[in-house]
Write a protein that binds this ligand. Sequence first.
Ligand code: URA
Length: 433
Amino acid sequence: MRMVDLIHQKKLGNALSEEEIGFMIRGFTEGDIPDYQMAAFCMAVFFKGMEDREIASLTSAMARSGDLLDLSGISGKVVDKHSTGGVGDKTTLIVAPLVAAAGVPVAKMSGRGLGNTGGTIDKLQAIEGFQVELTIPQFIHQVNNIQLALAGQTGNLAPADKKMYALRDVTDTVNSIPLIASSVMSKKIASGADGIVLDVKVGSGAFMKSIGEAKRLAEQMVAIGKNLGRETVALITDMNQPLGYEIGNANEVKEAIDVLRGRNVEDLRTLSITLAAHMTVIAGRFSNTDQACEELERILDSGLAFDAFLRFVKAQGGDAGMVENPRLLPQARYHRAIIAPKAGYIQAMDTDKIGLAAMMSGAGRKKKEDSIDYAAGITLNKKLGDWVDQNEPLCVLHSNAEHVPDAEKALQEAFTVSAEAVPKTQLIYDVVT
Ligand code: URA
């Protein structure tokens, strides 16, 4: 078999066999197939697409290119959750202890953020002492013990995807639904979950800018899950504004703790309960999502999910005092309010720009090697549809540098204020099963 023939077939729009895809991914991972040929293949896929069966083969081959986590030592059905990435998305910090408190094991491998703010792992490391490097036996033991463990992704999880993503990034082939779907799902499959709940974000702060596009990606990922024997559900959810009010790391942990203690941050609480409901239904704990939502609200309000979070932080070496008293979490030295130039309703937010401003404040990484300032970030004072008076703060930028002019400018530009009242935005657009 020759890679050039496979590129040729894909260039003509023909489907490749499982054997051909296996040959290509094995060869690429082992270094026998060079980057330029894989880059050409990705570009051919970008223009010609792939069939469901091919995408499942590609996903499976990428998942098998490295370690496959064996979670059979965990009693109960393990259901994972994945978000395609959004600004202020701290749902995992709420969903994971909530699902665990409902009696369903949560064994989650999480990546670090390369986007605008840290990933879940980075956010948790805002808690002094929190350890993300667990050995597999420690990871499984902890899940069996307290129903919940969250670890950093091992270096050898779907290495083919890692190599391929780096190429896609520099050849403008990231934005291809078959390639995104197989990339995301290969890591979920390699992480060993029995079921998967996906949160596909759509809007000004998401990869997918239209509901149609988001739905196509969701359908593709659900089809892959089914093809590979993992029950998969995808929610299509709004990212035309950040989720909740906090964007950063320590401040996002604080907001998640507030919700775990019963504060009603409406969009964050609703989405967290809905994601947890789908996870617990897949796990067989509840028979439908209505029943699950009712039970999960009760669990959240009773403080059991907060207790589960506290146990989890202690089990991974984190400072429980910071969870009990979030004011002890890292705090920035400077807080600069961004003022509304005129009165009106918040009509739109450029959520990508808000995320970028958070990154510029120190809350995210520009490059993999960069470190994160856990105290940096943004607190929104207003959400879409809210009224703002002239000179009232739209948001507050937290940083350890006295001035971050680029971030301040981006935030000034990110809000559109209009005299017209704005209808309430929808949070969950669709559920794909
Ligand atoms: N996230 C991934 O893991 N892969 C992609 O291709 C895009 C987003």
